[in-house]
Design a protein. Structure first.
Length: 172
């Protein structure tokens, strides 16, 4: 696959942004180092990481990415941490682990990966397998409810529905 200058630019912008955000510094040294690394990574990986650069530059997708990140880290992560902490501190609360089938309805590998990572990063749930033919994740869930064990759509509502809504808007 040919390296498109637009693809290189998009990857470089993404890498540079992540670099500056995670270093938390905007000194001249960091800006120059970040730019050099971003350009090299853009050249090396543009032909295998992005197929439609204009899709990646769509401001609507960026808006949903920011909204999703805020919701995930403020609401979903907090709720899951509190639930796991309560289960640890209160022995009367049930721990009902199960592996449940969670269907998904996204197309791109990026969207599937975003959903699987969101599930796995949320305390109490871990994606243990993905069946792309059946379009389902198999998720180990510490607080499985009977309804979700029996009905994959119920498991989806409890575990991944919000992640899927945002992933579709960002990646599909």
């Amino acid at each position: 696959m040919m390296r498109s200058p637009l693809n290189i630019l998009v990857i470089a912008i993404l890498v540079f942004t992540v670099y500056i955000v995670y270093t938390g510094s905007a000194t001249l040294y960091d800006l120059i180092t970040g730019a050099v690394v971003a350009i090299v990574v853009g050249i090396l990986f543009s032909s295998i990481t992005i197929t439609n650069a204009l899709k990646a530059l769509n401001p609507r997708r960026w808006f949903y990415l920011v909204a999703y990140a805020l919701r995930y880290f403020i609401v979903d992560e907090t709720r899951a941490h509190v639930d796991v902490i309560r289960r640890i501190l209160d022995p009367k609360l049930p721990v009902s682990p199960a592996i449940v089938k969670v269907p998904y309805d996204v197309e791109t590998d990026y969207a599937k990966t975003a959903i699987a990572c969101s599930i796995t990063n949320t305390p109490g749930t871990v994606v243990v397998d993905i069946d792309e033919d059946q379009k389902v994740f198999y998720v180990h869930w510490i607080g499985a409810v009977d309804e979700a064990i029996k009905d994959p759509q119920a498991a989806r509502r409890h575990i991944s529905e919000v992640f899927e809504i945002y992933s579709k808007k960002i990646f599909d």
